[in-house]
Design a protein around this ligand. Sequence first.
Ligand SMILES: Nc1ncnc2c1ncn2[C@@H]1O[C@H](COP(=O)(O)OP(=O)(O)OP(=O)(O)O)[C@@H](O)[C@H]1O
Ligand SMILES: [Mg+2]
Length: 293
Amino acid sequence: METIRSDRLLAKRNKLYEGKAKIIYDGPEPGTIVQYFKDDAVALNGTKKDIVAGKGVLNNRISSHIMTRLEGVGIPTHFLHSMNMREQLTRKLEMIPVEIVVRNIVAGSLSKRLGLEEGKYLPKPLVEFYYKDDALGNPLISEDHILTFGWADPYEMEEIVAMSLRVNDYLSGLFTGIGLKLVDFKLEFGRLWGEYDELYIILADEITPDTCRIWDAQTGEKLDKDRFLYDLGDLVEGYQEIAKRLGLIPEGGLMKEGEINEDVAAQLEDIENERARERKFKAVKTAKKPQKS
Ligand SMILES: Nc1ncnc2c1ncn2[C@@H]1O[C@H](COP(=O)(O)OP(=O)(O)OP(=O)(O)O)[C@@H](O)[C@H]1O
Ligand SMILES: [Mg+2]
């Protein structure tokens, strides 16, 4: 029997989608996909771009970790396990074309749109919806738009909002404990059908400093993607600081003289995979719409 070399297998892998931050491939099992985290930093609707060495590795690590922690408190996520420095295996979902943004502190577009001072705590977490369409610039929408156009039904929306607020509670606490403020973040959800065609709403995509605003609690320093947008300093340094405080990289750091420290990266992968082995891989059917009878 011919031995197939792994690089040939990789080359043969079926690319499903390439976005700004990730490439999505078919996974090894039906109903799974591989998320490859790129080093590309993109802002201002694609007009500001750069390659930031180390960003993909850090984001893969941070998202795996946060998704694992969320699973641990009963939030169903698409994350299955880490594959290597840049890739993770996730369940393939039918994505709901809506971005859910939860805000604790005024920043970004909320500050601009309503003329509010950045940095003010909101009286309660604010949940916003954006229609996922890059060509339209991901416009702000109301829940009624979602229901009217059938992007999700009322039961799904109830679950999505409840889950988003639980994610906010958990992550706010997690970040407070390590001297960070979770200002706001974006979530995406998808649908998965179980063995008996029962529907599950699952947290998907990524939770990283690309999709969250995270400030140092003491100094107010921005450690997230805004560093790139506003040229506030080295992007990877901010991401690395978050990863360090989450206990994901040792004091020395993942990056050394602008290069990834391969030894540290390999250690991290071992730790992550050990954790993944402890988790049960539940067999699921390929995401598909249930047959209406
Ligand atoms: N579990 C999943 N199953 C299927 N698709 C997913 C899953 N998780 C995330 N996705 C989708 O994969 C893509 C991830 O790529 P990326 O984050 O680079 O996209 P993007 O550039 O942000 O653009 P957009 O999100 O607008 O497509 C997104 O379209 C996201 O909705
Ligand atoms: Mg994205």
